[in-house]
Design a protein around this ligand. Structure first.
Ligand code: SAH
Length: 348
């Protein structure tokens, strides 16, 4: 009887584990470092390219391991330059990631889960149930793919990363952190953590954990309302993690990291477009230095949610500014290819 032995994903191994593998095979430990460099810094897709490793050892690696590389299955380009990738994983599941170019920067918007654990009513991704978490290498590969596209189409490397694709990064915390470690390590992409933003719907326990671990990246919170009743009606998980707990966690975050918090906020007609809504937001922003990013609503086809009027937006902007809170307005990018915030839903 032939028993098929399931091969291990080699990129789940630490550098020390790779070194140990070579020692156990009767080779030198430093070969492990060489393979590690091939896997991460050089993003090798196969063992054959690892030419500084003997043929025999390459065959042995092949016997024990696989390299589960992602594949860009489909690429769409928007009229505004935005690129959306449908990324196929080793088990044929698909996630999406987006390259967003501006005059001076290229930002990668990456996914952290297949589908999403949460249930925000205005978000297309929430309609896909969460299938699984992404592994660190699957997150890392999305970044590498977009870095390559940035060099190819815009003649410059990737400059920023936002975890604003599919999924809730803090519900896949361990893997997101491992991916960021690789992205920021000189043995990976060597990017500055200051150029990475993790966006969360707000999981208080995990925000505190991040603060305790002194992470160096930026934090964004998708707030959308600072009034519990309203927030629960549009983001039902808010009943499990109410605003008071979120606020405590954010205060803790600021006390530990001294890092300003960005709130992402969409203003919808008839939902959160009154003076009382913006007043609650101003009060919420007082707990820690913060900035509000007003995001344009990207309709997700059933018409239940509608972008608020310009007058309401102006009221938000004025009230926030009058209270000394920085406010920016984010125009949507890539709408024509369903690549904008909240539109990632594996449509194609
Ligand atoms: N789960 C994380 C990461 C997703 S980020 C989070 O919630 O932060 C995606 C961002 O787009 C979030 O700020 C989300 O609230 C926002 N968003 C979701 N649907 C949207 C839509 N239809 N239009 C505009 N923004 C949307």
């Amino acid at each position: 009887m032939v028993v098929e032995v399931r091969k291990k994903d080699i990129r789940a191994l630490t550098k020390d584990q790779l070194r140990d593998f070579f020692v156990v095979q009767g080779d030198k430990a430093f070969r492990g470092n060489q393979v590690y460099e091939w896997l991460w810094q050089k993003s090798a897709h196969s063992f054959d390219v690892m030419t500084n490793i003997s043929k025999e050892m390459r065959a042995r690696l092949q016997d024990h391991f696989v390299i589960n590389h992602i594949k860009v299955d489909q690429m769409q380009r928007s009229t505004d330059g935005t690129v959306k990738n449908a990324v196929k994983l080793h088990d044929d599941l698909i996630v999406e990631s987006v390259l967003i170019p501006t005059e001076t920067r290229t930002t990668a918007c990456v996914s952290s889960q297949v589908g999403c654990s949460l249930d925000c009513r205005f978000c297309a991704t929430a309609r896909l149930k969460r299938m699984r978490n992404l592994n660190p290498d699957e997150i890392y590969d999305q970044v590498v793919a977009i870095d390559n596209q940035s060099r190819l189409y815009f003649q410059r490397p990737l400059s920023n990363i936002v975890f604003m694709g599919m999924g809730e990064p803090l519900m896949n915390y361990k893997n997101v952190l491992k991916a960021i470690d690789k992205i920021t390590s000189p043995e990976g992409l060597g990017m500055s953590p200051k150029r990475i933003t993790v966006s969360t719907s707000g999981v208080p326990r995990m925000i505190k954990k991040m603060a305790d671990e002194s992470v160096k990246f930026q934090l964004a919170v998708s707030l959308h309302s600072a009034i519990d009743e309203i927030r629960t009606s549009i983001m039902p998980f808010n009943s499990t993690f109410p605003l008071n707990d979120l606020r405590n966690a954010l205060e803790y975050w600021y006390a530990k990291t001294r890092n300003r918090i960005t709130y992402e906020y969409v203003v919808w007609k008839g939902i959160n477009d009154t003076q009382a809504d913006v007043d609650a937001l101003v009060k919420f922003c007082r707990f820690a230095p913060s900035k509000v990013n007003l995001i344009e609503y990207n309709p997700i086809d059933d018409g239940e949610f509608q972008q608020a009027s310009d007058i309401a937006l102006q009221m938000y902007r004025n009230t926030l500014q009058d209270n000394g809170i920085t406010v920016t307005v984010r125009r949507s990018r890539g709408k024509d290819i369903d690549a904008a915030c909240g539109q990632l839903a594996n449509k194609s």
